[in-house]
Ligand binder design. Structure first.
Ligand code: BEZ
Length: 274
């Protein structure tokens, strides 16, 4: 089982699946197995090149990579001449990133130790795991030099609508599963622009980009990404959850011709600290 890296000509987009990174608590580090993660989501980094192009790293720049994962993108950025410092909630990912030659630390964007240090803060496929978005933006602003640039991409308004709705529906049908807790933050353009401006940024570019994402196995997606929703239910309940979510989704995001296509929408941003 695994996902193919592919350029989807129908949608004119590279497609990919985001890595899991449960950033619920600052003091917790995640226990990611980078090998398992890579096996299934190596294309995440490979297909994030449009946002690296938006970043446009330059020789001599100091760049903080928030949620750097195993450092594939950080390596790409360093190849373009900048110096990257990575942070990630997962100690295993930090280790893997260091193995890739990047200076990396375990840490959360809600608790950064940096002040006035970076030319750029970069983040790909991470910030939708951080519900405390204001604290994240404040920490990003604090880490940047005046005039510094913040470039990010993450799930925006309407992201994974069918996926989230199906999970909610199954929880509603199973009171024994407890309350549905949505661990994700998918803001719209207006909301995020307002947040950035209120924390001292001038937003040069902000857009929601629909990114239908082909996926070989929805059950596998749930294994990787639904743990923020299902970590408290038993293994048996999780099997029921997966089966029922899959049944609902089959009518919405599956077709014989295309297979599973996740309804991803990315919020892509470039902003400068005033
Ligand atoms: C995403 O990467 O878009 C995503 C991750 C987890 C849940 C839903 C969407």
């Amino acid at each position: 089982m695994g996902f193919d890296v592919r350029y989807d000509r129908t949608y004119g987009e590279y497609t990919y699946l985001k890595r899991e990174n449960n950033m619920k608590k600052i003091e917790e580090t995640n226990h990611w197995n980078p090998k398992t993660y890579n096996k299934h989501t190596a294309f995440v980094s490979q297909l994030a090149l449009p946002v690296v192009d938006l970043l446009n790293p330059k020789k001599g720049e100091q760049i903080l990579d928030v949620g750097c994962g195993d450092g594939t993108l950080a390596v790409e950025i360093e190849c373009r001449g900048a110096k990257v410092i990575g942070i990630d909630m997962s100690a295993e990912m930090v280790e893997a990133c260091r193995d890739n030659g990047i200076e990396t630390y375990v840490g959360s964007v809600t608790d950064l130790p940096y002040e006035d240090e970076f030319d750029v803060v970069f983040s790909n496929a991470t910030l939708h795991w951080v519900r405390d978005a204001r604290t994240a933006v404040q920490n990003i602003a604090k880490s940047l030099k005046v005039g510094g640039c913040f470039v990010c991409e993450f799930g925006g308004e309407g992201n994974a609508y069918y996926l989230v709705s199906a999970m909610q529906e199954v929880f509603a049908n199973h009171p024994e599963f407890g309350v549905f807790n949505n661990p994700w933050y998918f803001p719209g353009v207006k909301e995020y622009k307002k947040l950035l401006e209120s924390e001292g940024f001038d937003v040069e570019y902000i857009e929601i980009i629909p990114r239908p994402t082909p996926m070989d196995d929805i059950s596998h997606w749930l294994d990787i990404f639904a743990n923020g929703v299902t970590s408290h239910i038993s293994a048996e309940q999780f099997e029921v959850f997966k089966k029922e979510v899959t049944e609902i989704l089959k009518k919405k995001i599956y077709s014989e011709g295309k297979g599973w296509v996740l309804d991803y929408k990315r919020l892509r941003v470039k902003a400068y600290l005033l």
